[in-house]
Design a protein around this ligand. Sequence first.
Ligand SMILES: Cc1ncc(COP(=O)(O)O)c(C=O)c1O
Length: 408
Amino acid sequence: MQTQADLLSLADHVLVKNYRQQPIVLERGLGCEVWDKAGTRYLDFTAGIAVCGLGHAHPEFTARVAAQLGKLVHVSNLYFNDQQLLAAKAITDRSFAKRVFFCNSGSEANEAAMKLARRYQAVVAGQPQRTTFVSTINSFHGRSFATVAITGQAKYREGFGPLVGPVEFIPYNDLEAAARMLEQRTACAIIVEPIQAEGGIITAAPGYLAGLRRLCDDTGTLLIFDEVQTGVGRTGQWFGHQHDDVAPDVMTLAKGLGGGVPIGAIAVSEKAAAGLANQPGGVVPHASTFGGNPLACAAACAVFDLIDKEGLLANVAKASAHLAKRLGELVTEFPGQATEVRGRGLLMGLAVANLPANVVAACRAHGLLSSVAGSNVVRFVPPYNVTTDQLDEAVGILKKALQTGAGK
Ligand SMILES: Cc1ncc(COP(=O)(O)O)c(C=O)c1O
């Protein structure tokens, strides 16, 4: 059997060195816990970076995905498959959306939304000159060429030019800046996260998303909400924008949608759907070989069903209130280190005075997995079924890390 040390040294030779993995090799999980190859147990407050909402190895989820694996994994989009149709219905039943296109990741979903926006303006609205994408400073929309171009953090774009464009960046939560930009009527779309997650867990101010809706209506701009991280229950509503009384034209999804099985989607209004509709005799305007495959869609169906069945949206809200309270206590107790509690639902963060990576490392040493968001935030995104005891255990570990001065 290969030990953890063997595998870590193998990693040094066989993987492209793009990531900065922490030095553990995870082998199995159950609920909110994972174990590494050396047998060490961790509380997992990363959930695969806001992906595994049902936790690891959820028995009913696993059984449903396994059953689908034994029936039909892939057929392509030359044909319909039952799971794709049911997954689309699960999304439209719970949202503003009337139609869904499936792909395989968050970046792909945002790519699809960008193509939709360009083609909508060119083909449906008769405004082919409206090619600019408006995005927000500090946003994160993915790592593909187009999505890295609309990501509002220069560090992700360095070394990759020339980039897809034109793109304009405006400050987040600034409606006046959005008005000045959109009034030029050069934008095909504006893309915004209901919570800037990778950017440091910055929540949309009350009225911001609704204000963007009004501006888009006034100027003929498509409104895209990137719900890749906030969607499918993470914030305590099905979709993050549902905390505000507003609907976009396009919503992009991935992460939590498949409970860990890779899948992405765009969910769109009837109007926006015309942007990617095929025309008789014309080429199929957008497609994906794997998108909407029965295996991934069966996983998505199971995620929606189990969130409902187990009352997990309510648990997210309850757990969020408890975690926010407990993190708030740490801000009081460690004022020089922990500066602010951020987030909504189970997309929560603790801003720290110094490098959050130091806190993440100290927590891991004590058995808690967390991750960094932005320049100064330790992010906590546990599964939706996390218990109060697990939240308290995590906060206890975090407290130990701060007692050693990790946040200073
Ligand atoms: C808001 C948002 N959009 C897009 C992406 C990219 O998703 P993926 O890594 O699945 O391509 C992410 C990933 O962190 C994200 O948080």
